[in-house]
Design a binder for this molecule. Structure first.
Ligand SMILES: *[C@@H]1O[C@H](CO)[C@@H](O)[C@H](O)[C@H]1NC(C)=O
Ligand SMILES: *[C@@H]1O[C@H](CO)[C@@H](O)[C@H](O)[C@H]1NC(C)=O
Ligand SMILES: *[C@@H]1O[C@H](CO)[C@@H](O)[C@H](O)[C@H]1NC(C)=O
Ligand SMILES: *[C@@H]1O[C@H](CO)[C@@H](O)[C@H](O)[C@H]1NC(C)=O
Ligand SMILES: *[C@@H]1O[C@H](CO)[C@@H](O)[C@H](O)[C@H]1NC(C)=O
Ligand SMILES: *[C@@H]1O[C@H](CO)[C@@H](O)[C@H](O)[C@H]1NC(C)=O
Ligand SMILES: *[C@@H]1O[C@H](CO)[C@@H](O)[C@H](O)[C@H]1NC(C)=O
Length: 298
């Protein structure tokens, strides 16, 4: 008796709740940023019903903010959340067949979260589904610091960058043999106004000739998104092309200077020989001082 008395309300509740079945996807719905997505919600009914008896409320589960409402046979959008204005719609032609799905246009990062679909046709019920937003990153790019005169064993910084994605991606660095490099890696992410991330990862390695380093970008929702790599060749180490160019340039300059010096010396020697012969050297000196005095006189 007592047990039955305790169970009865529960049994009744289950029976009443079961009157109207509201079905939504059990797995999170992954929506691509900027695209349109459909949030499925259906209520299978055996008997046909009058549309004016149907009420549908789509709400944010946490805040109960209205996403889209329908009753009295039409959309009711007066108290719709600001961020959803002009972005929602029901499939009116399908309402009669138990389809209360919501069309959500131009998906934003802020749309991520739980949505509740509430349906009433005499009886009522609701169900919640989770929306996850995904945005693909740009192709990752690897750049190398501008260190010159690298010698084997020197440390070099490699930077891998990608932007405009969601959610936060992880970066996996690998060497030429496909081994994971996890030491000396610093990865950070910054979100822009729309909530899209830029990822920045720096790997510091001791260089060896002919070594390749790759950066793999892994988006938890979209899988591997991109791969970029850089190879440090033997040329980059020891005698980089830039330093080589500078050295050659300097050598050419030096040679030119030496030749010029030689020519000048040769002339001077010849001149002094001539001066000795016809005291031209003294005249020359007087001429020079005259020229220098002229501006002072005038
Ligand atoms: C929505 O429902 C339709 C029809 O049942 C199905 O084909 C589609 O895969 C569903 N979409 C999601 C995201 O569950
Ligand atoms: C509801 O109708 C829309 C439009 O025809 C369709 O895309 C969607 O898959 C339907 N959902 C279900 C659960 O049947
Ligand atoms: C649906 O309900 C409205 C209002 O209650 C009524 O005027 C209309 O005749 C009904 N339509 C049908 C097909 O029963
Ligand atoms: C919604 O669309 C209407 C008509 O196109 C437009 O006047 C209004 O500014 C739009 N509102 C927003 C928030 O985009
Ligand atoms: C490298 O790391 C990734 C992700 O952490 C893992 O899936 C993979 O098995 C690792 N590979 C090696 C060779 O350790
Ligand atoms: C990480 O950096 C430390 C200190 O600079 C260095 O001793 C070590 O070899 C580096 N590890 C790898 C895997 O490059
Ligand atoms: C680097 O690679 C080049 C071409 O692949 C090869 O000729 C050279 O011997 C390699 N050097 C080293 C130190 O492995």
């Amino acid at each position: 008796m007592t047990i039955l008395a305790l169970l009865l309300p529960t049994l009744l509740a289950v029976r009443v709740q079961a009157e109207l079945e509201v079905l939504v996807p059990e797995l999170p719905v992954v929506a691509l940023y900027g695209t349109d997505t459909t949030l499925n919600c259906s209520f299978p009914l055996a008997a046909p019903f009058n549309l004016s008896d149907l009420s549908i409320f789509w709400q944010l589960t946490d805040t109960r903010r209205s996403v889209h409402a329908f009753w009295d046979g039409r959309d009711q959008l007066l108290d719709q959340g600001e961020s959803f204005v002009n972005r929602t719609g029901l499939f009116h032609a399908e309402l009669g067949s138990g389809n209360a799905s919501l069309l959500l246009r131009r998906v934003q990062i802020a749309d991520e979260g739980s949505f509740t679909c509430f349906v009433r046709v005499e009886e009522y019920n609701s169900a919640a589904l989770l929306v996850l937003v995904a945005a693909p990153y740009s192709k990752p790019e690897v750049t190398r610091g501008l260190e010159l005169n690298l010698r084997p064993g020197d440390e070099v910084s490699l930077t891998c960058e990608a932007y405009g994605g969601y959610p936060q991606a992880s970066v996996l660095w690998q060497d030429g043999g496909g081994r994971n490099l996890t030491d000396n890696v610093t990865t950070s992410a910054v979100a822009n106004e729309e909530g899209l991330y830029s990822v920045h990862s720096v790997l510091r390695v001791a260089v060896e000739p002919n070594s390749t380093y790759s950066c793999r970008l892994l988006n938890p929702l979209l899988g591997e998104e991109g791969l970029a790599s850089v190879t440090i060749t033997a040329q980059n180490i020891g005698f980089p092309p830039v330093a080589l160019g500078v050295t050659v340039g300097l050598a050419v300059c030096l040679l030119g200077l030496l030749i010029a010096l030689g020519v000048v010396c040769h002339r001077k020697i010849k001149e002094s020989e001539a001066a000795e012969a016809a005291e031209g050297c003294k005249d020359n000196e007087e001429d020079e001082s005259k020229t220098a005095m002229t501006p002072l006189k005038s």
